[in-house]
Design a protein around this ligand. Structure first.
Ligand SMILES: [Zn+2]
Length: 409
């Protein structure tokens, strides 16, 4: 399957050209008997010339020569100016060849024509929007996509493009608006994504210290779906309001559901925000109590998760409790036969810190013999994108909550 996809990607233009030639032949056969305006001989000669042009273009495309292919297609446009599909093929060729301005001028000239049908005008407008989009003219792309929707609102791909753009530029109000629209037009459930978008909005309010509006958007987010990022933000709000018991319950629930997110939880919780000194102090004090609660958790199920265990080890180290960290990790290493490299590295670091030279040396030796590299903390399970930042929406494939995590060596 992957082979075919790759082949089609490599030969996309050639496939398009062949299909177009087929269309032309089809039209020729259909119109051959019904044509009244042109004499038969004239039509035949146009068809022959056109076939030749498309044949040449196809050959150029197969041999990878896009420039010559485009020239051949231009010839075809000269031969029969009424062949709308040729224009679209040409526009698509220019666009995929990176000649966005030529693509734009072709699609604009189509839109400006008086004698075209509404459907062709709509298609041209959509193509023009894609040109702007691919060319990085974001404002114009947005405007043109919206023009398309003014003519016909039932355009899944167009709405999807607007969603992508607004999520890219982090305009969460608009992203929310178009995601709702998408959920009405398409059949896919958008609740998870809408929840994420609302959490992003809420996070911004949290960062500004506007906890009231943060709470409102967060409650909306929960109404759509209880995503992990929503729960983490709720945890922060509980610390702001001082519901320590509630925050302990929520933390336990989160860890049980998603032990592998343990490190994110604490990383997200310690993010800075604006607010009065008193609020900040209270937050930090309550956060410390919550961390202590986490360090006391002695649930063997939970502690079998490497992420939970390493989060504990790191928090203990931060609190200058390296001996406790050592005990915990040593116990884990003894009971688990195949600890990951990250565990081993963490262990060696601890040994060095505690000045246990001999053991550090033998552990390091063993580690170096089997070391694989890991360079970033996070990666996308969908496309493999790597990053040190936390991304709830993958910047590469735009999927939500595909983030996976590995400890950086
Ligand atoms: Zn991805």
């Amino acid at each position: 399957m992957e082979f075919y996809v790759a082949w089609i990607q490599d030969h996309l233009l050639a496939v398009v050209a062949v299909v177009l030639t087929m269309i032309l032949i089809y039209h020729y056969l259909i119109e051959r008997d019904s044509g009244v305006k042109l004499s038969k001989r004239y039509r035949n000669s146009i068809f022959e010339a056109q076939s030749k042009v498309f044949l040449n273009a196809t050959q150029y495309l197969i041999s990878g020569n896009r420039d010559l292919a485009i020239k051949e297609f231009l010839n075809a446009v000269d031969i029969n100016r009424e062949t709308i599909d040729t224009y679209f093929a040409l526009g698509g060729l220019f666009r995929s060849n990176g000649e966005i301005e030529k693509a734009i001028s072709i699609h604009r000239s189509l839109i400006a024509r008086e004698n075209i049908s509404e459907s062709v005008r709509l298609r041209s407008l959509k193509e023009l929007a894609v040109d702007f989009d691919k060319g990085g003219f974001i404002d114009k792309a947005i405007e043109t996509y919206k023009d398309v929707l003014k003519i016909n609102r039932d355009q899944y791909e167009v709405i999807q493009s607007l969603c992508r753009i607004y999520e890219d530029i982090e305009d969460w109000d608009q992203a929310y608006h178009y995601r709702i629209m998408l959920s009405k037009v398409g059949h896919e459930n958008q609740a998870e994504t809408i929840s994420h978008i609302l959490v992003q909005k809420a996070k911004i309010y949290f960062g500004k210290g506007d906890f009231g509006r943060c709470r409102e958007d967060l409650e909306d987010a929960f109404r759509f779906a209880p995503s992990v990022s929503a729960k983490i933000l709720r945890l922060r709000l509980l610390l702001i309001s001082g519901d320590l018991e509630e925050s302990k319950n929520l933390l336990s629930e989160l860890l049980k559901e998603h032990p592998m997110y343990a490190s994110f939880i604490f990383e997200s919780m310690s993010k800075l925000f604006k607010g009065e000194d008193k609020i900040q102090e209270d937050y930090q004090a309550r956060y410390k109590m919550l961390r202590d609660f986490f360090l006391e958790i002695d649930d063997q199920d939970l502690l079998s998760s490497p992420s939970v265990l390493l989060s504990k080890v790191r928090l203990l180290k931060e609190g200058n409790r390296s001996h406790s960290a050592y005990e915990l990790l040593k116990n884990w290493m003894d009971t688990n036969k195949n600890p990951s490299e990250v565990m081993k590295v963490e262990f060696v670091k601890l040994l060095i810190e505690l000045d246990q030279r001999e053991e550090a040396l033998s552990q390091t030796k063993e580690l170096l013999n089997n070391l694989h590299q890991s360079l970033t903390k996070h990666y996308c399970s969908n496309c493999g994108f790597n990053s040190d930042d936390i991304f709830w929406r993958c910047p590469q494939c735009h999927e939500w909550e595909t983030i996976q995590f590995r400890w950086k060596v």
